[in-house]
Design a protein. Structure first.
Length: 112
């Protein structure tokens, strides 16, 4: 991978306003820190350690993935996907939405 860069990205869904009043202060930051730590552990398990970037975003998952990929001038998005259920064919999964709208290639791996 000459000159390539790998970034591990995780998107946390936003906490709805009606729920946020019941969540302890600082919980969102703790969730982000935990997700970043887990990305670091995944990087270590894959043997890529500190060479990969690690980013945690908050928002609608497919929208955040697509926006980040476009802004970072990404050439390839690699993502996991579960086995689709019948309702996924009607409303679409996150992976399907990313595949449909990405401006770059997308590799979807099943059962990771």
């Amino acid at each position: 991978m000459d000159g390539g860069k790998l970034t591990l990205l995780h998107v946390l869904p936003p906490i709805p306003g009606y729920v946020s009043a019941y969540i302890p202060e600082g919980q969102s930051e703790k969730s982000q820190e935990r997700a970043l730590k887990q990305l670091g552990e995944i990087a270590q398990e894959l043997g890529i350690g500190d060479t990969a970037g690690k980013i945690v975003l908050i928002g609608s998952v497919h929208i955040q993935i697509l926006a980040w990929a476009e802004n970072a001038d990404v050439n390839l998005i690699v993502m996991a996907s579960h086995q689709p259920e019948f309702t996924d064919y009607l409303i679409g999964t996150t992976a399907a939405r990313v595949v449909r709208h990405a401006k770059c290639s997308v590799l979807v791996a099943r059962n990771l």
